[in-house]
Design a protein around this ligand. Structure first.
Ligand code: AMP
Ligand code: TRP
Length: 323
């Protein structure tokens, strides 16, 4: 099954990234799976060159520590495969200004910054290029990327109608639980690398003590009635969903076992520590070998380029570029 997904090197991975996306990536690993560290996308953010370099390597270490295996899939760096930026220009001439202005992520991020970068606006077209270059059938992502996936499908269909059958139309896939992990302090906002406070997000590098503290302090309500209901109990429902994603039960099944919030929180902290502690340990081991990390990226870029080249040339030719 041809799979593609991407993640930005914009800071340490949190529980939302891990449960919403990366666990699915690990499950979907196969020789036809391509996973991309999207450093070009991160240039839309206020990020220094040193930060970008460091975060790129540490994200690769986090991905390997989470269970991605370069013998079973391809991991690569977006900027090392030039076709992403090249196809993006072609697709900017297929996407419309109107549809890009309707992207909620652009509206949210743009409204938070004055003088935001033009790349923030065209970002979803670069994402469409990432996906379409690999003829991806499935794209495992969290819930917040649904709209970008719909746009990708529309761009692919419009291109095929206008220039002849060129791209596969991909399908976004979300996990049954934890497709949108919420901020532990503000459970009506999603957990986010940039916006969430320290207490609002659990990081893959958090110590067992930190994890315990963050789960204990997670905002819930006061009725102490364990029920899965996003309308009236967003904080508690978030905890139930996180738990269920790791234990592979439904949130309702988890809820049935508890009478008190405190007991649920204690057990959830232990379940999370058991999941995250080994990842953190492996992460520091990978991080200690930067030469190996660079080698993995270069090898990945070679494999990815071989696929991307063919698709790019097909698209360029279809549009009338001589090549
Ligand atoms: P990003 O860090 O924005 O590059 O996101 C990488 C992946 O994590 C994407 O598939 C997102 O949909 C997913 N993701 C980010 N935040 C969350 C969240 N709070 N809950 C679930 N998935 C998330
Ligand atoms: N936009 C995605 C995010 O912020 C990251 C991303 C870039 C991506 N290119 C992609 C995800 C291609 C899936 C496929 O989470």
């Amino acid at each position: 099954m041809r799979v593609l997904s991407g993640i930005q090197p914009s800071g340490t991975m949190h529980l939302g990234n891990y449960l919403g996306a990366i666990k699915q990536w690990v499950r979907a690993q196969n020789p036809e799976a391509y996973y991309c560290i999207v450093d070009l996308h991160a240039l839309t953010l206020d990020i220094s060159p040193t930060q970008l370099q460091e975060q790129t390597l540490s994200l690769l270490a986090e991905l390997l520590a989470s269970g991605l295996d370069v013998e079973e899939c391809t991991i690569f760096l977006q900027s090392q495969v030039s076709y992403h930026a090249q196809l993006s220009w072609l697709l900017e001439c297929v996407a419309t200004y109107g549809e890009l202005t309707r992207m909620t992520q652009f509206k949210e991020k743009g409204s938070r910054q004055e003088g935001f970068r033009a790349g923030l606006f065209t970002y979803p077209v670069l994402m469409a290029s990432d996906i379409l270059l690999y003829d991806a059938q499935e794209v495992p992502v969290g819930d917040d990327q649904r709209q970008h996936l719909e746009l990708t499908r529309n761009i692919a269909e419009r291109f095929n109608n206008r220039y002849g059958e060129t791209f596969k139309v991909p399908r976004g896939v979300q996990p049954p639980s934890a497709a949108r992990v919420m901020d532990l302090q503000e459970p009506t906002n999603k957990m986010s690398k940039s916006v969430s406070s320290d207490l609002g997000k659990v990081l893959l590098t958090d110590s067992p003590k930190d994890i315990e503290k963050k789960i204990k302090k997670a905002v819930t309500d006061n009725d102490n009635d364990v029920h899965y209901d996003w309308e009236t109990k967003p904080g508690l429902s978030n905890l139930l969903e996180i738990y269920s994603s790791i234990s592979s039960e439904t949130p309702q099944q988890v809820a049935q076992r508890y009478e008190r919030y405190g007991d649920l929180k204690n057990d959830l902290a232990q379940v999370l520590i058991a999941e995250i502690e080994p990842i953190t340990k492996r992460y520091f081991e990978y991080l200690n070998d930067p030469a190996e990390l660079s080698r993995i990226l270069h090898q990945g870029a070679q494999k990815a380029s071989a696929v991307a080249k063919g698709t790019y040339e097909r698209a360029a030719k279809a549009m009338g570029l001589l090549g």
